[in-house]
Design a binder for this molecule. Sequence first.
Ligand SMILES: O=C(O)CCC(=O)C(=O)O
Length: 234
Amino acid sequence: MFASLKAIGGSLAGVALPLNEHDVSIGRDDTNRIALADSAVSPRHCVITCTADQIALHDLDPMFDRVSRHSRFAGLAASLGVARPLLLQSMYIFKQPRIGGEIDWHQDATFLTTQPSSVVGFWLALDDADISNGCLWALPGAHRGPLRRRFRYRAGELVMETLDATPLPSTPPVALEVPRGSVVVLHGLLPHASGANRSPRPRHAYSLHLIDGAATYADDNWLQRPELPLRGFA
Ligand SMILES: O=C(O)CCC(=O)C(=O)O
């Protein structure tokens, strides 16, 4: 199992989120089962995602397909004015009791760039999320600022490129404490982060990122889906 996790982690190193070096990205193993790491393997937290050629839970797994294409998510996207929603990327995030690590401040558009920017995150709390088990944090109003970084291919290499060195505003961050079953909607330019899970309780979440098909998807984004065309909510 560890070998296949390493292989998957290698192919995804740091792509889905700004993972710390101890975090483990996991996906489908050699036999196409979802591969899970336990705390012996992952000292921090675990993210289930898919290998580069098996991109998204919502397009690969019937249960995640059903949840992701629920009419309430479709209605939410419509109410946000997303003209032609395309479900781009999804992941199941485990923040395990006491060992779940923090996720640094980032903007989702760093990883999923379109012109104009259109990425929206739907973050579904599968457990009550609070400060003690590593809830999300956000900087209110900071989505009005620039996109600061891009994680993209340059000359065949994945690089983190600084676009705008404007520091994050000094506004106090707000903890997005939510009960299980809540959806947090994340604007693609909103700087957000999450804390470590120092509690005895898990903090699981399902995160789905969509873009507007009316925008142009960058051809140097880390995530390209040539063999798995993007679909909307239908
Ligand atoms: O669940 C987390 O801890 C972070 C999730 C996140 O940053 C995202 O879904 O964009």
